[in-house]
Design a protein around this ligand. Structure first.
Ligand SMILES: [Zn+2]
Length: 172
């Protein structure tokens, strides 16, 4: 059986988005706390990630310091993609390392988004943000999880991996 991410039957993926080319959308009302997607793939180390970057592109989820979940074939890549875009005012957060949950009630037709700061910690990473929200940071980096205001705003919605990093960085 092909390794494939799970997406809620109340969602549709790979649809045109105003944020970035393709997005992940609610097709029915979704309540706060509902699981909207589970990201699945192979558990691989950084060397394997680097060696397969042409297949994985930027679809991996980091789950520990040297452990990632990612597709490893061209067939698995589209099946693993959820197309959850970044927003600086997201309606979804991370639960555990691989699940995405609604942080608020979402209406049918709304795009589902999360904040990359919730799961991403590559120090050299940066991208421009075009989310059009009043909270927009404009420049998103792999160090944003360290921002105290985001740690407050997203408490309970960081991945387990980022949560451990926050706990360790706050230990005197
Ligand atoms: Zn933004």
């Amino acid at each position: 059986m092909l390794i494939s991410s799970w997406t809620s039957p109340k969602t549709t993926k790979n649809m045109p988005s105003k944020i970035h080319e393709k997005g992940f959308f609610a097709t029915a009302p979704i309540s706060r706390g509902e699981v909207v997607a589970v990201k699945l793939g192979h558990a691989i180390d950084r060397a394997t990630l680097d060696a397969n970057r042409h297949i994985i592109k930027d679809s991996e989820m980091q789950i520990a310091d040297n452990l990632f979940i990612a597709p490893l074939t061209d067939e698995e890549f589209p099946a693993s993609m959820v197309f959850l875009n970044h927003s600086c005012e997201p309606n979804c957060g991370v639960a555990g390392n691989l699940m995405f949950v609604a942080m608020k009630d979402v209406k049918a037709g709304e795009e589902l988004t999360f904040d990359y700061a919730m799961h991403y910690a590559e120090p050299d990473y940066a991208m421009d943000c075009n989310c059009q929200t009043t909270s927009c940071r404009h420049r998103i980096t792999g160090n944003d999880w360290q921002l105290p205001e985001l740690q407050r705003k997203y408490a309970g919605y960081f991945s387990w991996y980022i949560d451990q990093k926050i706990k360790n960085s706050n230990t005197p």
